[in-house]
Write a protein that binds this ligand. Structure first.
Ligand SMILES: Cc1cc2nc3c(=O)[nH]c(=O)nc-3n(C[C@H](O)[C@H](O)[C@H](O)COP(=O)(O)OP(=O)(O)OC[C@H]3O[C@@H](n4cnc5c(N)ncnc54)[C@H](O)[C@@H]3O)c2cc1C
Length: 462
């Protein structure tokens, strides 16, 4: 096939992974073209809280937080019950801090350590890095501004339709679909798949994650699994296809996520009977299952004025506060009447948590209370449902983000990161550490960009 032109590095997808990969490849001296299917790039990244999990960063050090790649590696392996790919886990543990530092220093990206997000759900220390007051939409806007400043060519409304390769699996170029059914053929020396996961593809969900096939998807519609499909056609291996992040607190009807900090700070969940049904601090992703199993699939997040104020700086909580979305009352009985649950049950649920907090030890759900306080005084309630947010399985890669074949050898010039690659959350929904989605997007994006650029600039006989 003839190509209209050829680029050294071609990146598919304009989310966090693709933008970071393109910036890294450009920094390394390569000419880069990034193609993005949408007219306005957002991806799942644009829907996030904008928090990136990373260890060993300068922002941590400045805040006096001692952390290390070894600790992060151990936490990843512990959370995934030892089932994460140790090679990728090691790469993330070692490269996440440098990736965040590089974004901040080389690209003036205002990533700071979010000390309002206490260590929880498997992270032993403060690892959340974000742009204070800004979420994923702003993150994507700034990343694309940086692409322009760095001289990366970006083609919007350019959807990857086909990858052209030789008999050895070496990518020669791609076919892109443009508006109006126009197709273009672009050659490339290296190809980076940063096109997200498959949470929006019902067929793939039914095949790989049947328990979430009918669940609400609160991720980006572009997560259609094209990365896995393209890789499969080239003979790539993929893994942990049953892995995903569900989330238990999508507000109904606002469709805005309640920040996990609300639970970390002491919030609880009750069902339509006013009863608690799960330890809210056990598993940020797996908690979706007990929520979806409750009557009607809707539950209430209960918190108080203190928690409201402690979390008000996060973009999603600010949006919910601006919408006046929470029901507010000054006693459990008054709140119960407002949300239509039995007053005695709600009062008992709060008392159970409070007694355990004061006594020490676990409450009736098994939650062990630390410094955080259960809701009391001026109370709040938000109605929430469970949903799938993004998938964690995908193309097998090595520590340099090279896509692997089933025999463990690398395809000649194909790279992947973020939602397109197999992450480190194990095979199911219980292995997800908070903010690992953007950790893999940013860290592997940078690694993929650097490696692809090096290969394009200094080709060998691979
Ligand atoms: C509501 C929500 C909140 C979240 N909050 C967080 C958080 O705070 N921290 C965290 O770490 N993770 C969070 N996540 C997970 C996080 O969004 C993902 O892990 C991460 O954004 C993946 O980045 P990505 O670049 O791989 O994919 P995306 O950001 O989805 O980008 C992929 C891009 O590829 C494009 N694309 C797809 N197919 C094609 C094609 N054929 N041709 C061209 N372009 C294509 C898409 O349009 C999209 O723009 C959240 C997810 C959701 C849904």
């Amino acid at each position: 096939m003839d190509f209209e032109f050829t680029v050294p590095v071609l990146v598919v997808g304009g989310g966090a992974c693709g933008c970071v990969a393109a910036l890294a490849a450009r920094d390394a001296g390569a000419e880069v073209l990034l193609i993005e299917a949408d007219a306005r790039p957002l991806g799942s990244t644009g829907m996030t809280l904008g928090l990136v999990c990373a260890a060993g960063s300068k922002a941590q050090a400045a805040a006096g937080i001692a952390d290390s790649a070894e600790d992060f590696f151990e936490d990843i392996m512990a959370k995934s019950r030892g089932l994460a790919n140790p090679v990728v886990a090691r790469a993330l543990a070692e490269q996440s801090g440098p990736a965040v530092d590089w974004l901040a220093e080389a690209h003036d990206f205002p990533l700071e350590l979010d000390t309002g997000f206490r260590p929880a759900y498997g992270n032993r220390t403060y690892r959340m890095h974000g742009w204070p007051g800004h979420g994923g939409e702003d993150m994507i806007g700034l990343l694309h501004r940086r692409l322009g400043e760095a001289g990366v060519d970006v083609l919007l409304q350019a959807e990857l339709a086909e990858v052209v390769a030789d008999e050895n699996g070496r990518v020669l170029g791609v076919v892109i679909e443009r508006p109006g059914g126009v197709t273009e053929r672009v050659g490339c020396d290296t190809l980076i798949l940063a096109c997200g996961g498959f949470a929006a593809n019902r067929e793939m969900l039914a095949r790989y994650i049947p328990e979430m096939a009918a669940a609400r998807n609160n991720g980006h519609e572009g997560s259609q699994g094209i990365g896995v499909k393209v890789g499969e056609a080239l003979g790539a291996a993929f893994g942990d296809m049953g892995s995903y992040q569900g989330y238990a607190m999508l507000t109904d009807p606002q469709g805005i996520s309640v920040s996990p900090q609300v639970l970390v700070e002491g919030g609880i969940l009750v069902n339509s009977s006013g009863r608690r049904f799960t330890d809210e601090t056990e598993d940020i992703a797996g908690m979706v299952h007990p929520v979806m199993a409750q009557d009607g699939g809707t539950v209430w997040t209960i918190y108080d004025a203190r928690i409201e104020s402690a979390t008000a700086y996060t973009p999603d909580m600010k949006a919910l506060n601006d919408l006046n979305a929470a029901k507010r009352a000054e006693s459990p009985e008054a709140l119960a009447a407002l949300i239509g649950v039995p007053a005695d049950a709600l009062a008992a649920s709060l008392a159970d948590a409070y007694t355990a907090r004061n006594r020490g030890g676990a409450d009736s759900t098994g939650r062990v209370w630390g410094e955080e306080l259960p809701p009391h005084g001026s109370l709040r309630a938000l109605k929430v449902v469970g949903a799938i947010y993004h998938t964690q399985g995908g193309l097998e890669i090595d520590g340099q983000a090279r896509v692997l074949r089933p025999d463990g050898t690398a395809l000649p010039n194909l790279f992947a990161g973020g939602g397109a690659a197999r992450s480190v959350s194990g095979p199911s929904s219980w292995g997800y550490l908070p903010a690992m989605g953007l950790c893999t997007a940013v860290t592997l994006g940078r690694v993929a960009g650097m490696t692809a650029a090096e290969q394009a600039l200094h080709p060998t006989d691979r």
